[in-house]
Design a protein around this ligand. Structure first.
Ligand code: GLU
Length: 459
């Protein structure tokens, strides 16, 4: 049977690292089995769902390379859920309830104050036909609960092993709200059946939902897909949520983190594999096995992701980097430049700064050209390597009798137009003799109208 997985975000916020980990593992599972990956938008909650979040979810998944084979919206499938509702009513598994929110809250409070789990007492199930009629006559619209049966619930979880749930610990879930709208529960099961989902991979916060879902699958005469629940992603000092900034994928994108750094990190965190900067999805797919994922919560730290990003860039071959240059306005960067500069940056955006400095120097002001012109006289001829800078500077020190800031600042300003920036020993190699000589003598080899300030502001 062909593997089919799905990722089912609710468009009520931006994707964060926790959601994306679920998407990625489902995607890797499907791709490593030559299967299909479906994107399902859980938008039955019309009040909280927003089109802009749908767009953002698609944008972030595309950027990460998690392409989907099929996309659908739950809000467009309401009649399917209605059919299932009728079926469950017909088999006596869905019953109307008439309690108000206030009554339910009170019941819950009472139970909790007696240290009992907040399980619905099935009072509405015991109502007579006449009592129900009375409610309806008063205009009370029922909400509908699924009747959990007594049969034991168990499954072999792809990550957590054998799971057992006592049905007595589960509250009959509301499948249809009083306003007739569907909750996620029924819609999710109906879709999983109809789209032939073979494997559901989601966070462990859905464990008790899964226990309920298994009974709904059975009640709808379907087999439950195989289930796997990912351990939660936690962060030392913050909860990872849609509402808190910083954990969302777009912020990481804007901070210059590479998609493959995020994919590599989120695929390996909490597994028995080392966290390694994979350059492409094919290699990540090859290394993937669900059984490598552990049960304990995984700690997510952005600093670790940033370090991985730097490693990824340092190891990135020019052929791969080239594909990324377009979006960074770096089309002209050549292989030679890349091979030298990449070891000095943590993000591709930083390459931008190096590239611009080398190619569009500004006319700096307030420079001691007397010193830099003297320095130019002892500039060695090419070929240059990483030791050229120190050999040259030793000579410059001798002839100028200058050192420290007095020596380095004018040279830095003449070469870069900036007070601070890339390491000069590397920059020298990238500039080459001709440009270095010209700049030391106060001439840029390429005319530019950019000011030093503008250079500093490259994104
Ligand atoms: N919309 C649900 C969520 O975002 C989907 C859960 C599931 O995968 O079934 O948590």
């Amino acid at each position: 049977m062909k593997v089919v997985t799905r990722f089912a975000p609710s468009p009520t916020g931006f994707l964060h690292v926790g959601n994306v980990r679920t998407a990625l593992i489902s995607w890797l599972f499907a791709r490593s089995a030559g299967g299909k990956f479906i994107l399902r938008v859980d938008d039955t909650d019309a009040e909280r769902s927003e089109a802009r979040y749908v767009d953002a979810i698609k944008r972030d998944l595309e950027w990460l390379g998690l392409e989907w084979d099929e996309l659908f919206f739950q809000s467009k499938r309401l009649e399917k859920y209605e059919e299932a509702k009728e079926k469950l009513i017909g088999s006596g598994r869905l019953y109307p309830c008439y309690e108000t929110q206030e009554e339910l809250a009170l019941k819950k409070k009472n139970l909790l104050s007696r240290n009992l789990p907040p399980i619905y007492d099935r009072a509405s199930l015991r109502l007579t036909a006449t009592q129900k009629e009375q409610y309806e006559k008063q205009g009370v619209m029922p909400h509908w609960r699924f009747l959990i049966s007594d049969s034991a619930i168990s499954w072999n979880d792809g990550i957590r092993g054998l799971m057992n749930f006592a049905p007595s610990n589960l509250s009959d879930p509301v499948l249809i709200r009083a306003d007739g709208s569907m909750t996620y529960t029924l819609a999710s099961v109906v879709d999983d059946i109809e789209f032939g989902i073979t494997n559901i991979i989601r966070g462990e916060d859905h464990l008790s939902n899964s226990a309920v879902h298994i009974q709904i699958f059975e009640a709808l005469n379907a087999k439950s897909p195989d289930l796997a629940h990912l351990s939660l992603l936690t962060s030392k000092d913050q909860e990872i949520s849609k509402r808190l900034g910083g954990f969302d994928i777009y912020s990481l994108h804007q901070a210059g983190i590479e998609p493959m750094a995020i994919n590599s990190f989120l695929a390996k965190i909490g597994t028995s594999d080392a966290i390694y900067p994979y350059q492409n999805m094919q290699d990540l797919i090859k290394s993937f096995t669900l059984s490598k994922l552990g049960k304990s919560p995984s700690n997510y730290e952005q600093a670790e992701l940033e370090r991985l990003n730097a490693k990824l860039i340092h190891a990135m071959p020019y052929e791969i980097a080239k594909n990324r240059f377009k979006s960074e306005s770096l089309e002209d960067v050549g292989a030679e430049f890349w091979e030298v500069a990449k070891y000095n940056v943590k993000t591709l955006q930083e390459i931008n700064l190096w590239w611009r400095i080398c190619n569009t120097v500004s006319e700096p002001t307030a420079i001691n050209y007397e010193l830099t012109k003297q320095a130019a006289t002892v500039l060695p001829k090419e070929p240059w390597d990483i030791n050229t800078w120190s050999t040259w500077i030793e000579e410059v020190k001798k002839i100028t009798k200058k050192s420290g800031k007095e020596l380095f600042m004018p040279i830095r300003k003449a070469l870069t137009g900036l007070d601070s920036g890339p390491e000069l020993k590397t920059l020298l190699i990238l500039l080459g003799y001709e440009k270095t000589f010209a700049r030391l003598n106060g001439r840029s080899t390429q005319s530019s109208t950019q000011s030093a300030e503008a250079l500093c502001q490259v994104k």
